[in-house]
Design a protein around this ligand. Sequence first.
Ligand SMILES: Cc1ncc(C[n+]2csc(CCOP(=O)(O)OP(=O)(O)O)c2C)c(N)n1
Ligand code: SF4
Ligand SMILES: [Mg+2]
Length: 315
Amino acid sequence: MSKVEDDRYRQENPMSEYLRMERMPHIWCPGCGIGSVVTCMADAIKKGGYDHDKIAVVSGIGCTGRVAGYVKFDSMHTTHGRAIPVATGLKLARPDMKVIVFSGDGDLTGIGGNHFIHAARRNMDLIVICVNNFTYGMTGGQVTPTTPQSANASTTPYGNYEYPFSLPFLADAAGATYIARWTSLHARNITQSIGEALNRTGFSFIEVITPCTTLYQRRNRLGDGLDAMQYYHDDADIQHGADTRTVGIDFQGKIAMGKFVDRPKPTYLEAVNTRYANVIGDDYQLYGKNPLEKEKEKEAAACGQGGCGSCGGGE
Ligand SMILES: Cc1ncc(C[n+]2csc(CCOP(=O)(O)OP(=O)(O)O)c2C)c(N)n1
Ligand code: SF4
Ligand SMILES: [Mg+2]
């Protein structure tokens, strides 16, 4: 490809407004599912018309961890397992921003597992997207907390004997208030779920089953990316509202997907504000709101009772 064609390709890419085209080509292998999930996120942001300055993307370490480097938003490529605490700090400092975490199965639920369950427990206002390829892709295909039993990994060459996490069940038990699962074949559904998550508050967890072609697929003799798409096409069923206790995935078994959980619950910051406002009363400066916003909120509350003097008491 000539330089002129290359420049044109970068400019004309439909996602060039959302991706750092100057960083392309990306590092992901042919057939890897991570890029599809990134495009879905960009599409959801595009469809929602969000202000770029109000979105931040945080990722940890791994092939999935590289996402932060390719998106044209404020982003942070943090340390292994620590995307959620960094995202939490960012959210607390800037409650007006939508904070999206991109994390691999190993990053999120192995080394970062403790942060994951506590952010869910607190209903921290984050959108957490887990690219679950059942393996530590970046480091050579070791077993992770989600690797199905009997699957081959570099650390379990005779097949995995550990009991895996079912992530929707774990997230549900820990307190997540929005939980969905899709495969990377189901791009429109992923986009829709990310759109819903952007539009709500609380801990939203979206798991995307994706192929790691170079390690998991190859080591388990499952073919290439296209074979993975065929598997997802044939064996993934939509089960909206399914009991998360029933959605575990066996090696090359059926994949239950859909929106499993969507329940309203005060976020961490709302709970902080309610508690302190109850105890401290009017002297409490609402966290995440400046005095002007607080004043406006008071006026809005008074409005309808004639308190602001301009509406005549809701008549
Ligand atoms: C503290 C620490 N321990 C271990 C590593 C090595 N390491 C880098 S990426 C990775 C696994 C990533 O796996 P996953 O999160 O599933 O992402 P994937 O590469 O599969 O997308 C590991 C163990 C590290 N970078 N830092
Ligand atoms: S090693 Fe696996 S997870 Fe990493 S980029 Fe390649 S296919 Fe994707
Ligand atoms: Mg992985």
